[in-house]
Write a protein that binds this ligand. Structure first.
Ligand SMILES: NC(=O)c1ccc[n+]([C@@H]2O[C@H](COP(=O)([O-])OP(=O)(O)OC[C@H]3O[C@@H](n4cnc5c(N)ncnc54)[C@H](O)[C@@H]3O)[C@@H](O)[C@H]2O)c1
Length: 319
């Protein structure tokens, strides 16, 4: 029952490697190290440096390690970059996944777990988003994630593939300082960067129709998210599933509330610069995570303070 983790040397993948180990699920990591780090993967975990569209290397690794399931994380993940370079995202996220699925078919691997995203919803018509909420991605990135779900559904209909897709909401925190997200594109690290530079963090819009005027999102600790994958993989080893799941805390938090938590955790009292809204930022959405709780027995354990505290510890120890 070995799982191949594509993108296992990245921020989320590195946490999942540890969650699978804790759950007794053997893994092999396949990663091209384009944004990941070799040192994120423990030395005793088999590691293959290759791209998911290098069919020869992928197929050899599937065979050599007796892989029975693939967890596909490897992707490009910047919404803004995807708007500027849509073809790159179609190549990497859609083309890469198509090639990986072909390798799975060719090698008889019949379980795939997929990293999807709340970006598939775009600007949802309701705040509390269920798996039934209509999808309408607003970026090439979100589109590639939705297409990934569709590829799995179509392949399952044709071949009986067992699959599940997890739609992550806003991922934050770290399980260990050395595994922290180094990309600094999310709210918490962006706030730390501003504070470290002696600048005021920026608040993109304070006139939304929310309880304090700032945007509402659902933040999920990366350690909880990793455990959700272990639960899904273990279930896929027993049953077909064939479903998408929201992965969040089910709790909407405003940006102003995140800033308040940062003040508490860091002990730094700061003011924010209110700047204009960013194009395409929905006012509010957060996950209804009932389905994953019921069907996979997973619920988040860690809260926003845990996320900010772990990220702050890591930020202070960064190189
Ligand atoms: N971080 C988030 O907030 C978030 C939210 C929703 C979904 N996701 C999804 O989770 C997944 C992991 O994200 P992350 O935050 O860990 O990003 P990351 O950039 O840290 O990790 C991605 C990993 O994939 C590897 N990779 C990229 N292209 C590859 C290829 N062609 N072949 C082999 N390896 C390749 C990279 O080297 C890296 O190790 C992505 O699919 C992303 O879209 C992330």
């Amino acid at each position: 029952m070995t799982w191949m983790l594509t993108g296992g040397a990245g921020y989320i993948g590195a946490h999942i490697v540890r969650a699978f180990d804790a759950a007794g699920l053997p893994v092999v990591v396949l990663d091209d190290l384009s944004t990941g780090f070799r040192e994120n993967v423990p030395a005793d975990v088999p590691f293959v440096q290759a791209s998911v569209d290098d069919s020869e290397s992928v197929r050899a690794a599937l065979r050599e390690h007796g892989v029975t399931g693939v967890l596909h994380l490897a992707a490009k993940k910047s919404v803004a970059e995807s708007v500027e370079k849509p073809l790159l995202y179609w190549d990497e996220n859609v083309g890469g996944m198509r090639s990986l699925l072909q390798s799975c078919v060719d090698e008889g691997v019949d379980r795939v777990l997929f990293s999807s995203s709340a970006a598939v919803f775009g600007n949802p018509p309701v705040d509390f988003v269920t798996e039934e909420t209509p999808v309408a991605p607003m970026s090439p990135y979100g589109e590639t994630k939705l297409i990934g779900e569709w590829m799995l559904r179509d392949l399952a209909a044709a071949t009986g593939l067992r699959w599940a897709a997890l739609r992550y909401f806003n991922v934050a925190g770290t399980g260990a300082p050395e595994l922290a997200d180094r990309s600094v594109t999310n709210l918490v690290p962006m706030t730390f960067r501003a504070l470290t530079a002696g600048d005021n963090p920026q608040l993109f819009g304070d006139d939304y129709d929310t309880r304090d005027g700032s945007c509402i999102r659902d933040y999920i600790h990366v350690v909880d998210l990793a455990e959700a994958h272990a639960a899904a993989a273990a279930r896929l080893d027993e049953a077909p599933i064939g479903e998408v799941f929201n992965v969040g805390r089910g709790e909407g938090v405003t940006v102003t509330e995140v800033f308040a938590t940062v003040r508490e955790v860091t002990g730094i009292d700061f003011t924010v610069d209110v700047v204009g809204r960013r194009a395409g930022d929905p006012a509010a959405y957060f996950a209804d995570a009932t389905k994953i709780g019921k069907e996979l027995g997973w619920t988040a354990r860690l809260d926003l303070a845990d996320m900010v505290r772990s990220a702050w510890d890591a930020w202070q120890q960064r190189d």
